[in-house]
Ligand binder design. Structure first.
Ligand SMILES: Cc1cc2nc3c(=O)[nH]c(=O)nc-3n(C[C@H](O)[C@H](O)[C@H](O)COP(=O)(O)OP(=O)(O)OC[C@H]3O[C@@H](n4cnc5c(N)ncnc54)[C@H](O)[C@@H]3O)c2cc1C
Length: 333
């Protein structure tokens, strides 16, 4: 079959690899200039900053199998940060269970995993899928690309797999209201993220910390992850509540507020030599859908992503995206 996948994040890449290994002809359309979606690393002259997903955990046998292979290939490595909980200047130890949990990161940056997974796939970057249209028993895509003033038509495809965050999937599923209504039940929270590079060590007794009673929920010293360039590179993520409340804030103002929250939480005063914010309109699904994917055999139309529980508890995360991408690929014989 000739299959189009919309989105080159972990779920889309996983689904594509699985379908291609079964002999299907797969084309992935990705609106960004790079693959890997929210497993992202921003590069500048100081090095990389993992400003999206921080790390991942492994609980299911299927994901364990995949991560074992990725680890053998050197694509991922364990990250064992010194962890803490911060609350108004007080530092305490997290629970033993939180400390013991194995954490994995891609190296040299979170984005690299997507880059490896995209090897050998037909990925068309810089191509935004605007609509998908059923024509007879096939699909046509309207694709917008910066270098061309009018949308191009791509297709026909026998099946379309949508591997984008739920809200973006709803826009693409406008012609299939039943399908869109199911996607509408999953909502992803936004996240303002601050990246900072300091001229000297901050001398903190932890590498990453959960922050209580603050605008921030999590901070991490990025350069303590394996394979990173040395430096004092911190990531600070705002809480979902603060990010929702300040979603439309001016980036400079959001940066100022988050920088102050970082200094308050860590008790440091050193000013960064580099700082920038990124607003993720969609970060993690607080309540994923209780399914592993959506699939309409009559339409040969499916959706996958971290907004499906895929048998896991808790918020949507990298493991959900992987399991959901695999599950959707299994729906096609
Ligand atoms: C700030 C932040 C922190 C996080 N922390 C963690 C963490 O510590 N641990 C963890 O496990 N998970 C974490 N996550 C969640 C994790 O990143 C996601 O669960 C996972 O990467 C989702 O993969 P995905 O393929 O489902 O979606 P995505 O990675 O979002 O991929 C979707 C892709 O589709 C593209 N796209 C969207 N619309 C279109 C369109 N119309 N046409 C073409 N392309 C389109 C997008 O550009 C994107 O590349 C975090 C996420 C964020 C943002």
């Amino acid at each position: 079959m000739h299959i189009a996948i919309v989105g080159a994040g972990l779920s889309g890449l996983t689904c594509a690899r699985q379908l291609q290994s079964k002999g299907h002809a797969v084309v992935i359309y990705e609106k960004s200039q790079a693959v890997s979606g929210r497993m992202s690393t921003r590069q500048n002259e100081l090095g990389g900053f993992d400003h999206g997903a921080q790390y991942f955990t492994v609980s299911s046998p299927a994901f364990k199998k995949a991560t074992t292979q990725w680890s053998k290939a050197g694509w991922i490595a364990p990250w064992e940060p010194r962890l803490a909980v911060l609350d108004h200047g007080k530092t305490s130890a997290p629970s033993a269970a939180a400390r013991r949990k194995p954490r994995w990161v891609a190296q040299p940056g979170m984005r690299s995993l997507g880059v490896h997974l995209a090897e050998g796939l037909d990925v068309r970057t810089g191509q935004l899928v605007r609509t998908i249209t059923r024509e007879g028993d096939q699909w046509q895509l309207a694709v917008q690309c910066d270098s061309v003033p009018v949308d191009a038509t791509a297709g026909p495809f026998d099946a379309v797999m949508i591997a984008v965050p739920a809200d973006q999937a709803i826009a693409l599923l406008a012609a299939e209201p039943d399908f869109a209504a199911q996607a509408d039940a999953a909502r992803l929270a936004p996240c303002w993220t601050l990246m900072m590079a300091f001229p000297e060590s901050l001398g903190l007794p932890y590498d990453a910390a959960w922050v209580d009673h603050s605008r921030l929920g999590w901070i991490a010293q990025d350069a303590t992850k394996p394979g990173r360039r040395p430096g004092e590179h911190w990531i600070a993520q705002a809480t979902a509540d603060w990010s929702i409340e300040h979603l439309e804030d001016d980036p400079e103002r959001a940066k100022e507020k988050l920088l102050k929250a970082f200094h308050d939480a860590t008790g440091t005063h050193v000013q960064p030599v580099f700082s920038a914010v990124h607003r993720w309109r969609y970060s993690q699904a607080l309540q994923p859908l209780r399914a592993d994917c959506l699939w309409q055999p009559a339409l040969q139309l499916g959706a996958c992503g971290d907004w499906f529980t895929a048998g896991l508890d808790g918020m949507g995360r990298i493991e959900n995206a992987y399991l959901s991408g695999m599950a959707l690929a299994e729906r096609i014989g």
